[in-house]
Design a protein around this ligand. Structure first.
Ligand code: C2E
Ligand code: CA
Ligand code: CA
Length: 756
């Protein structure tokens, strides 16, 4: 969805823009065509008017000419002499374009300029018209001598008394007028007609077009302008107008305009083609223009959409995809979480948010490099994902932390499932074949409350933290216990500084003893918290908290100081002393001054360096071999001895051990527990001890609780034992007493031996 909205918006915007352009195009198109059709109409209408005007003018000129001749005849005696009349008429005729001229007397005898004489050439009725209207034009009729189609013009002989003195007439061929029409039939392809109100064509250009226009009109379809009937009505009424029609598949415009003579009309017909040619050219041009605009826009649109989709894909990836594992990241997970959770709720299936963390992942990076580290994460991600079922979710939240949303029909079942998921994901073999036994820790929050996502995360995290605190535990469920644990930690944090100032932290010393004699060879300083209300608190309950918040740095130094103080005091009091091991958190190693401070403090108390043993836990060693080597060398250079603590509790590598020159390796109590009743394990332990010793280190066994254990450990070559079987951690006074007693006993034994 998130992907779509941006897209949609851009698409809609561009669509709107395109629509606007199309709309503008259409409007423009309409404007142009409107304008053009208006222009075309003007052209059409004006062409018939022009035709009518010209033709009327022509006819007027003919009448004027005829009238002049009539006037010249009025007083002459030519009328009495036919021969002279013919001669005169002929001479006049030679000066104008008429075919023939003539005079028809009141008796009806028509004398022609060619000498011909015809009775009633102009009918009596028409002669009456001439007298009434002062001019007359006949319809199309046959010429008397040539048989050609002609028109006859006539004007009355002027007579002051008003009597009917005959008419002067002239004939002209239709063809002659057709030729003059051709000059008016504009635009080449046009037609021009002179017709009467009945639609009969009198003169036509071209000549072929005679007949009746109304009859011809019946074969046309009228798609523009007026119907045939309306046109006919208009013409009959003597009104001008225009129409558009299609005849024989060709569309034409026709306009008609009345002449000033008779009831005639001038009609101009123009094929749409010629009228539309200009329009078409313009329209075509705009079409090309608009289509290119649209094409450009389209290309732009495609380009923009492509860019958009690319960038939104990139954005999507940035926002929702973990680049390393190519799977969902936390954002995507959160986004999908509510919907998936809703689906589980609907089905009535409980569900859980599970946080998975790769233990000591930093060490993998440090030892094998980031590339291998990345491979590990990819493998873990793939394994976890492969274990998902329908409706469940997965993501990599940050570096080595993964989140799962799992269905939880049954709590125990889910615990087992997470365990096996973690086990499968932790099995990682490098391509070389060497397998890294990775381990994962998981925190499970069985969602039982409608709380915000970050609180669910918090709770899964709490569960994870509580699983983490119990070595060997793969997963833990969030419960009140974990929450209370956190509360405890918070409380510890709030009082630790004050506790240190108030001297609530006490030093206890646990002897490291000779297996045979049980005599104390050295000791380990262990911290106890003498809490005013809770009594003596063992370090397991606060050291991990101090490790987390860094307070362990202060505490270790305090313990070192206590140790040095004791050694100094005992020496001053002439009491016996043994080397004492002090625990140092790995955090000290990040301080380059650490060893110098150590040496300076020992010197301040006047304690020989060989009386101090630095205990470093195995995890420290595992972290960075190179750094470790330097630290050990520097400690040796200052005369301190170094012990590797808790060997075998975590990821033990003899390889690492081989490269580091420890004075002593302390076998973790875990080893003894696992060796109990397990012959194979015992064999492994014995092999290990042999190997450690062959590397030149001493071996201290921790957690020796029984005689049997002591016997086994001593049998396989361990040097010293630290455990309840020999002694619990003791307050300093008790420890000093023990040493004194041992010394006394030793000297007594010596004496008896001597005495013996
Ligand atoms: P650690 O260094 O491995 O210390 C040995 C732990 O084993 C001590 O626990 C000790 O009481 C216990 N132990 C000794 N013999 C036996 C036995 O026979 N059976 C059993 N079950 N346990 C035995 P403690 O004193 O509770 O210390 C726990 C851990 O706290 C220590 O483990 C150490 O890692 C840490 N710690 C204690 N004091 C300090 C300190 O001053 N600084 C730092 N950084 N860590 C300390
Ligand atoms: Ca220790
Ligand atoms: Ca230990």
């Amino acid at each position: 969805m998130y992907k779509v909205t941006g897209f949609k918006r851009a698409f809609l915007l561009i669509l709107a823009a395109a629509l606007l352009v199309v709309l503008a195009s259409v409007l423009y198109w309409r404007q142009v065509t409107d304008r053009l059709s208006q222009d075309a109409r003007t052209v059409i209408v004006s062409s018939s008017r022009e035709l009518a005007d010209n033709f009327s003018r022509l006819l007027g000129a003919e009448f004027r000419l005829l009238s002049t001749v009539a006037v010249s005849l009025q007083d002459s005696r030519l009328l009495e002499n036919q021969q002279a009349l013919v001669k005169y008429l002929d001479r006049q005729n030679k000066n104008n374009a008429f075919t023939l001229m003539g005079y028809q007397g009141p008796d009806g005898r028509a004398v022609f300029s060619n000498g011909g004489v015809l009775p009633d050439f102009i009918s009596a009725e028409n002669v009456e018209t001439v007298y009434k209207q002062k001019h007359y034009i006949s319809g199309r009729r046959k010429g008397p001598f040539t048989g050609k189609d002609i028109l006859v013009f006539a004007v009355p002989m002027p007579s002051p008394e008003g009597e009917k003195a005959g008419v002067v007439f002239a004939t002209q061929t239709i063809e002659f007028y057709a030729r003059t029409l051709s000059a008016n039939a504009t635009h080449g392809e046009g037609l021009a007609f002179i017709l009467n109100r009945k639609g009969d064509v009198i003169i036509a250009y071209p000549r072929a077009a005679y007949g009746n226009v109304f009859e011809a009109g019946q074969h046309s379809s009228y798609d523009r302008g007026k119907s045939a009937l309306r046109t006919q009505q208009e013409i009959t009424r003597g009104e001008s107008g225009w129409t558009g029609y299609t005849l024989d598949g060709e569309h034409r415009f026709a306009s008609y305009y009345p002449l000033r003579y008779n009831d005639w009309f001038a009609m101009a017909v123009l094929p749409t083609k010629s009228v539309a040619e200009q329009a078409q050219r313009l329209v075509l041009m705009s079409l090309v223009l608009f289509s290119s605009i649209i094409v450009v826009l389209g290309v732009l649109l495609v380009f923009i959409l492509r860019m958009q989709s690319q960038s939104s894909r990139a954005l999507f990836r940035m926002g929702f995809v973990d680049p390393l594992t190519e799977t969902d990241n936390l954002n995507a997970f959160r986004f999908k979480f509510s919907r998936a959770a809703e689906a589980f709720k609907k089905k009535g299936i409980p569900y859980a948010l599970v946080m998975v963390n790769v233990n000591r992942f930093k060490a993998v990076n440090d030892i094998y490099g980031f590339e291998q580290g990345d491979q590990v994460l990819k493998q873990v991600a793939a394994a976890l994902r492969a274990g998902l079922e329908k409706g469940e979710l997965f993501c990599r939240s940050s570096s080595d932390i993964f989140l799962l949303l799992l269905a939880c029909p049954d709590r125990t079942e889910l615990g087992r499932r997470v365990d096996s998921l973690a086990e499968r994901a932790g099995r990682y073999c490098r391509s070389g074949g060497e397998c890294l036994p990775l381990s994962l820790t998981c925190g499970i929050y069985l969602v039982d409350e409608d709380v915000p996502f970050y609180i669910m995360m918090d709770r899964a995290n709490l569960a994870w933290a509580s699983a983490k605190q119990h070595a060997g535990q793969v997963c833990a469920f969030y419960d009140e216990q974990s929450r209370r644990q956190i509360v405890i930690e918070k409380r510890i944090e709030s009082i630790m500084d004050q506790a240190l100032r108030d001297g609530e932290f006490k030093i206890y010393l646990q002897p490291k003893c000779d297996f045979k004699t049980g005599l104390t060879r050295s000791a380990e300083a262990l911290v106890r918290w003498q809490h005013p209300t809770q009594g003596l608190v063992p370090p397991d309950q606060f050291i991990p908290v101090f490790e987390k918040n860094g307070f362990v740095l202060k505490l270790d130094m305090f313990m070192l100081q206590q140790t040095l103080q004791l050694l100094k005091a005992w020496k001053e009091q002439g009491k016996p002393v043994v080397p004492i091991g002090v625990n140092f958190s790995r955090l000290h190693l990040e301080d380059p001054q650490f060893i110098d401070v150590l040496a300076r403090m020992a010197d301040e108390y006047g304690v020989e360096h060989h009386l101090l043993e630095v205990e470093l836990t195995e995890s420290v060693v595992f972290g960075n071999v190179e750094l470790m080597k330097n630290v050990i060398d520097s400690l040796h250079a200052k005369g301190f001895s170094v012990a590797m603590d808790d060997f075998g509790s975590g990821y033990s590598s003899l390889n690492v051990l081989k490269n580091l020159d420890f004075d002593c390796v302390k076998l973790d109590k875990e080893f003894l527990v696992r060796g109990e009743g397990n012959p194979r394990m015992r064999q492994i332990i014995s092999g290990l001890v042999r190997m450690i010793k062959s590397l030149g280190s001493g071996v201290v066994a921790e957690g020796v609780e029984t005689a049997e254990q002591a016997e086994f450990l001593s049998g396989i070559g361990c040097d010293l034992a630290q455990g309840y079987y020999f002694s619990r951690p003791l307050p300093p006074e008790d420890f000093a007493l023990r040493l004194a007693q041992e010394k006394e006993k030793n000297s007594k034994d010596h004496q008896t031996q001597k005495a013996a």
